[in-house]
Design a protein around this ligand. Structure first.
Ligand SMILES: [Cu+2]
Length: 148
């Protein structure tokens, strides 16, 4: 007999626990308008990085950003939610992964506007450059999370 019964039970519990941890960490919900092509390209970028993406087309993006407390000046096209954090605009997947790993006490990350050289805005094989990813919190504090 290769495995004892307690070990089998333990393995099963461990597997379920790991599966849930993985699912929670990698599932991201993206809200966008139906006509936003760069939003769809950003979703592809996330999928390429291993995220499980569910997208929802909305006609009330501005109200939705207000609901998720994205400051007016920091807004972009799509708004995404992952593990309780808000991801606004063309934030590279690597920044989202770092956020989920370190879990800082912030509301979320944003790439304000539509940076020309960001994932979803340029060819897939190009690296992000010439913009900052900004962290923002509930008190209105902002700081540079990544500089490209
Ligand atoms: Cu966009």
């Amino acid at each position: 007999m290769p495995f004892s019964r307690p070990l089998q039970v333990f393995s099963l519990i461990f597997f379920i626990f790991m599966a849930q941890t993985w699912a929670n960490a990698s599932e991201i919900k993206v809200y966008k308008s139906a006509t936003c092509d760069c939003c769809s390209a950003w979703i592809e970028h996330l999928k390429d990085a291993g995220f499980e993406v569910s997208a929802e087309n909305r006609t009330d993006m501005s109200a939705l950003k207000t609901q998720y407390a994205v400051p007016q000046k920091l807004r972009s096209c799509h708004t995404a939610i992952v593990d309780g954090y808000v991801i606004e605009g063309h934030v590279p997947a690597a920044d989202v992964q770092r956020l989920l790993k370190n879990k800082p006490d912030i509301m979320g990350l944003t790439a304000p506007g539509m940076p020309m050289h960001s994932p979803g805005m340029q060819a897939k094989d190009q690296a992000p450059k010439d913009y900052d990813v900004i962290a923002f919190d509930q008190d209105g504090n902002q700081s540079v999370f990544s500089h490209y």
